[in-house]
Design a protein around this ligand. Sequence first.
Ligand code: 5RP
Length: 302
Amino acid sequence: MADTDAAKEAKRFYDNIPMESPGFFLKGASSLDWGMKNRLARIFNPDTGRTVMFAIDHGYFQGPTTGLERIDLTIVPLMYYADAIMLTRGILRTSVPPTLTKPVVMRCSGGPSILKELSNEELAVDIEDAIRMNVAAITLQVFIGGEFETRSVHNMTRLVDMGLRYGIPTMAVTAVGKDMVRDARYFRLACRICAELGAQFVKTYYIADGFETVTASCPVPIVMAGGKKIPVLDALTMAHRAIQEGASGVDMGRNIFQSEAPTAMIQAVHKVVHEDLKPREANELYETLKNEQKKSEIGSPI
Ligand code: 5RP
């Protein structure tokens, strides 16, 4: 598409005019019930309207992912810095102390491993069990354009219906297949389908060109997925841009737990999301915290 066409197209999204949400701080949530709003207000900070979710659910299809080998030792301490944690019920019950009061976003889909076709998922948690675990939200992958697209969309609509019954919001994750084009047109399609069919918020990937049209055309909050590990400054820049272009937060995993200094990284991401810290300043903060951490490790008794 020529530049002028792209500019004309972008105009139609009115990305400079935020959608109104009378009576509640989150986009698209005004007409939800009290319990649903209360759960969303535990995940999204009502003062900033944003969230830093910490995603550690990778094991549900790829086993002990690098950095997630020992959740109890290396991951639980990081959870205290997050606004919410996204994980599976197996990890929650085996490895997370019930004294942790962070809101839980429970992974509710599964089936295929990395050895098979990933879009062939089913629902993998009963709503009663989600309630038993006191979750703040339920979540699953939606494979728009994937081989089992209809199945994954149907999984989502069933999860949304179950969530609505008990006041539990559903976060739809727009999963991208290996060979699929990741552009604004695709993510607008995927995010909008999830919102139209009832998801209360959507997790999707950042794209450098046109992300603001993805957030503007999705009538529910979008949180940015982190994706594979990239250099610290690049990850902080991506988070910053996503927020400035309309995301209501991030849900990051590998760029935190595979970082050289995960505690420093999650704190830097927090500043970018909630305080609009610029990427270079956030990177400096990361370096400072990393060095302090190193010094305290050297000084601590063996
Ligand atoms: C899987 C997920 C993961 O939770 C999430 O995307 C992983 O986080 P990251 O990409 O930041 O490591 O939803 O599709």
